[in-house]
Ligand binder design. Structure first.
Ligand code: ADP
Ligand code: MG
Length: 238
């Protein structure tokens, strides 16, 4: 059996002490296999950001274990944690976080520059990633010359370009109108069909409905974890 991309056991995260103690995560266990596409949903305060930060190796749990592509992240010191994060995870944020006045292709190249990839190879791989998100012809455009949906697709290309084990998206459509949301969801559909492993945190039912698997959090616990029929829309339906 191949090892899961995520293997999370009994994660707990507690903030504060005494009367003020908050159990942001109260024992979360889940595994995500390679190629799965998971949406994590829950109301405000349910623990989504706390879980995302731990899955993204941005924070450590109070207790419990977390293996990311077989690596026990809870045992890593800060430097190793940062290395594991860069090597294993592609992040996509609600606010895109592109570098202004910098071309799309240069934005996508950035993680490869940090990883020490040579310029010519960087350019080749960044262009291939832009191709995947359908923006090769916008490679020279700067963020302010792109629509919100296009900016988020550049951010998806940037997340992809290092070939991470996991794509981790936090409210990726939170700042987008419905047309742009659809464009970004089509990219996720396509990446999922190509075998990528995707975890999306979202408030939006129509976004959650597109994933292969839906997990619902209430008060720091998983109350639902189910496979779903994939909704076929847009290009794929016609
Ligand atoms: P969500 O992202 O689903 O809104 P969070 O993970 O942000 O939920 O928060 C879960 C719970 O933990 C909430 O009750 C929140 O107030 C609390 N919490 C989150 N971060 C902190 C923190 N740094 N200090 C104290 N409490 C926190
Ligand atoms: Mg949150």
């Amino acid at each position: 059996m191949t090892r899961p991309v995520l293997d999370v056991r009994e994660l707990r995260k507690t903030y504060g002490t005494g009367e003020a103690t908050v159990h942001a995560l109260a024992g979360v266990s889940l595994t995500v296999d390679r190629g799965d596409y998971v949406a994590i949903m829950g109301s405000s305060g349910s623990g989504k950001s706390t879980l995302m930060n731990i899955l993204g190796a941005l924070d450590i749990p109070t207790s419990g274990t977390y293996l990311l592509d077989g690596v026990d992240v809870s045992q890593l010191a800060d430097r190793q944690l940062a290395l594991a994060r860069n090597r294993l995870i592609g992040f996509i944020f609600q606010a895109f976080n592109l570098i202004p006045r910098t071309s799309a292709v240069a934005n996508v190249e950035l993680p490869l520059a940090y990883a020490g990839v040579k310029p010519r190879e960087r350019r080749r791989r960044a262009m291939a990633a832009l191709e995947v998100v359908g923006l090769a012809e916008r490679a020279r455009h700067e963020p302010n010359q792109l629509s919100g949906g296009q900016q988020q697709r550049v951010a998806v290309a940037r997340a992809l370009v290092t070939e991470p084990a996991l794509l981790l998206a936090d409210e990726p459509t939170g700042n987008l109108d419905s047309k742009s949301t659809e464009d970004v969801l089509e990219v996720f559909d396509q990446l999922s069909a190509a075998g990528r492993t995707i975890v999306i945190i979202t408030h939006e039912d129509e976004v959650g409905a597109r994933a292969k698997r839906l997990i619902r959090l209430v008060d720091g616990r998983i109350v639902l974890d189910q496979r779903q029929q994939q909704v076929l829309t847009g290009r794929h339906a016609s």
